[in-house]
Design a protein around this ligand. Sequence first.
Ligand SMILES: *Cc1c(COP(=O)(O)O)cnc(C)c1O
Length: 445
Amino acid sequence: MTIHDDIAALIRSQDPEAAAIIEAEAERQESTIELIASENHASPAVMHAAGTCMTNKYAEGYPGRRYYGGCEHHDRIETLAQERAKQMFGCAFANVQPHSGAQANAAVFMALMEPGDTYASLVLADGGHLSHGLPINFSGHYYNPVHYPLVRDKSSADFERIDYDAVREVCLEHKPKMLLTGYSAYPRTIDFARFRAIADEVGALLMADVAHISGLIAGGQHPSPFPHAHVVTTTTHKSLRGPRGGLILTNDEDIHKKCARALFPGMQGGPLMHIIAAKAVAFGEALTDEYKAYQEKIIANADALAKALIEHGFRITSGGTDNHVMLVDLSAKDPKGFEGELTGKAAEKWLEDAGIVCNKNGIPEDPRKPMVTSGIRLGTPATTTRGFGASEMKLVAGFIDRVLTAGLTGEEELARVTGQVRDEVRELCGRFPLPHGEAGGVAAG
Ligand SMILES: *Cc1c(COP(=O)(O)O)cnc(C)c1O
């Protein structure tokens, strides 16, 4: 019996009700195509590390300086995670305790700014994150965000890319304490050196939130924010493919110390030691050659998907992608444009019914509301994990085209095509089982 079977049998016999729900989720992940750009399938080793006895311990404080006894092995696992994180990103200090990406950002803000201080970022509607200044988020409520734009000139080769001249102008005008780069829906390579030059010109700290692209960076497929950024935050569960959590990285000892204090005891209590154990395992994976090849494939797959969608008549914002993510402007596919039925909300629903999971997403200058939108965001980290290559991405583009075209035709046609595509999606997924197989759920028989 494997460890997987043991776990499955145990949960099933003790709590069939919860086991059935987990099992249903395992089956959903197994039989659908996951295109949400911020999701991935963590390895069995990572998931099982998260399911160990490490969850039982209070280890407030940091290795060697804990508020509780019995932390010997917790010091060792946290130090291992730190060392591997530093190696992955080529930096001097790592804090592996943030419970999430947003917590990591909150700690950095608390450490390096006073309430009311000004910082510059990209607005959520242009691809930023809610923790970069949404008014009802801590980042917009307690601080003063000013936003730099994307290039709006359609005739420019840089249309819908970061407008670096405007970043400089915004910074010269507002003299922010911090300049924030790194995004949630930005398909192009970030020029960290250029951001640093602007930050230096106005005396700002440069913060890079690489939540989405940290796997690409660790795998050498996107330029590193080091040595340019003063401080770097990331999630560990997106392209990085670890457990759900966050990280704070820096080369500056003073910044490291301030951020560590802001995180604990500033805003968190006991660290999630089982998640830190899983981070150590995931970071171990990230230091292998296979991981490098995986990250390379994510990019090749995103490029293949974007190109195939363009051939089907969709518009991809900025004309394509350099990384793992793309934004599809659906209005280009709808004869009625922004007045038509093909909204992000409709597309998300229609595709989900056909077994293709993605999220609606505003496109730059989107005329529709955030709960409706004119776009969908697609990413390839998860499908690449299950083994899809460029030819499968072309099939996926064809599925998307068929479902959305049918949706525009009418309800009957949509129902017919949805059924067909759902079967084809199931067949395709069956040929590419998830790495956790049945072990990720409680389905082991
Ligand atoms: C996902 C994301 C976060 C937040 O991560 P959570 O773990 O969901 O809190 C922060 N910043 C960016 C740019 C992100 O994309």
